[in-house]
Structures are given as C-alpha cells and as structure tokens.
Design a protein around this ligand. Structure first.
Ligand code: UDP
Length: 239
C-alpha cells in the first residue's frame, strides 16, 4: 500500500528496495515508469489533476528529497527514507551495465544528453547507450519512433515536471522500452553542466538550499516548499 502525502501515493521503500523493484520492472513484460516527486511536484499535483493522475499512475513513486519524507512523518505515516532520483538512476545503471542492457537519454538542452552519454559510457562499462536527444522538440511522434527504433530497454526522461510525467504516461508504451524514469535535471548533472550538492548538504537535508544558493532564480519554484508544509500541517489537523 502506498503512503499518501497530499494526494500523491508514495512507495514506502529503501533505496535498495527501490533498485530491486526498478530492476524487476526492467525484466517485466510491458512498459512501466518511475517518478520521483519532491514537495514542489506534490504541490503541482494538488492543482493539476492530470499531473496527479500521471504521477499516481507510475509503477514506482519515490520521494526525491527530505521534504516529502518530513511531510509523511508529520502526517503520522512515515516513509523509510528519501530515495533521490539521481541516486536511484546511478544504481539502476550499475545493474544495467552488469547485464549489458541499453539506455536512451531524453531531455535537457541540445548537446547535454550526448555529453551525458559519453560520460556514462565511461563510468558504467557494459552499459549500452541506445541513443540521446535533447528535450526541446515540438512533436512527440518522431521522438517516440526514434526510441522504439533504438530498441532501448530503459529511457531516462528528463523534461522537468510535470512535463516528463505526462510524457511518460502518454508515450511510454509506444516507445517499446520496459522502463522509463522521470529524472528532472539529472542529465545536466551526468553531463557535468550542473553540479549536485556536496554530500554534506545532501546528508543533512539541505540539498534544496544549496541549489537555491547556486541558482537563485529557483526562488519562485521553491516558494512551493513552505506552501507544502502549510498544507501538510492543515492535513494533519484534519486527521
Ligand atoms: N527541459 C527539457 N525540455 C523542456 C523543459 C525542460 O528538456 O521543455 C529540461 C531542462 O533543460 C532541464 C530539465 O528539463 O535539464 C529540468 O530540470 P530542473 O532542474 O527543472 O528539474 P528538477 O531536477 O528540479 O526536477
């Protein structure tokens, strides 16, 4: 059973369990997708029913950061731990490399996915990069077809939220891949164009603050975080 945080159902798994589940989905017939919402996406889902359906329709819903974990605890239904999308992706690639599986990278500005592909090929020997393309396209059709033709086992869909969740819900099965993962800005990190917060900040639940200092233009989006806490407190009172 999933743990409800303001209308989004999260899977209560450790990172190790999440990777097991993700790997199993890679080998399960049909197409599956994974989402990794943070408080900002939960807030988007409160206002946008279509986004909420796409997020809740995923086969695996992982709490990307400390905010959702804190929210769940405040509501009296704690989640085991945070399972950041980028770390989940790294573990999954390790598994895929071991099995010689193939991955398509979709998203970010032109050139970024290709650079990420180059770096990941070096970092995970055995991992096959089936293709890469930027996330600024007008029509889904040719992109879906390119992924299908590539025969990729998995696709990292990095178009930002809720675009990537809607895209996976709509186009996932037509790509022919077994697993799609919505991973926000991860390709920028894999390509080395954006740095992830150092371990200290991540371990202390301050990754969001580090990102805010590095990219002050995120302030508008991050105002959703206090709003999330207000909504969690209200929900708690109702309970
Ligand atoms: N992006 C994209 N197509 C779009 C809009 C955004 O490929 O139409 C990419 C953008 O270049 C960035 C990623 O989606 O690489 C979103 O990154 P962001 O930092 O917003 O995601 P977060 O990790 O915060 O969810």
């Amino acid at each position: 059973m999933r743990i409800d945080v303001l209308g989004v159902g999260f899977d209560n798994v450790t990172m190790a369990e999440a990777v097991e589940r993700g790997t199993a989905l890679l080998h399960t017939e049909g197409t599956h997708y994974v989402v990794t919402p943070n408080p900002e996406i939960v807030e988007v889902c409160r206002e946008n029913p279509e986004a909420r359906r796409a997020v809740n329709g995923a086969d695996l819903v992982l709490p990307d950061g400390i905010g959702v974990v804190k929210g769940a605890a405040m509501l009296g239904t704690p989640l085991k731990e945070k399972t950041p999308g980028i770390e989940f992706a790294a573990h999954l690639m390790e598994r895929m490399a071991g099995e010689g599986l193939s991955l398509y990278l979709l998203g970010a500005k032109p050139g970024v996915a290709e650079q990420a592909a180059e770096n990941l090929t070096r970092q995970y020997p055995g991992l096959v990069i089936a293709g890469a393309r930027d996330g600024y396209f007008k029509e889904d059709g040719p992109v879906v077809e390119a992924i299908r033709q590539s025969g990729a086992d998995a696709v990292f869909v990095c178009l930002g939220a809720p675009k990537q969740e809607l895209w996976m819900a709509k186009n996932g099965p037509a790509t022919g891949a077994h697993l799609l993962c919505g991973l926000g800005g991860s390709l920028d990190v894999f390509a080395g164009t954006v740095e992830r917060a150092p371990k200290f900040w991540c371990d202390h639940g301050l990754e969001w603050f580090y990102r805010l200092c590095r990219e002050p233009r995120r302030i508008g989006r991050m105002m959703k975080l206090p709003l999330f806490l207000v909504h969690v407190k209200r929900e708690k009172r109702k309970k």
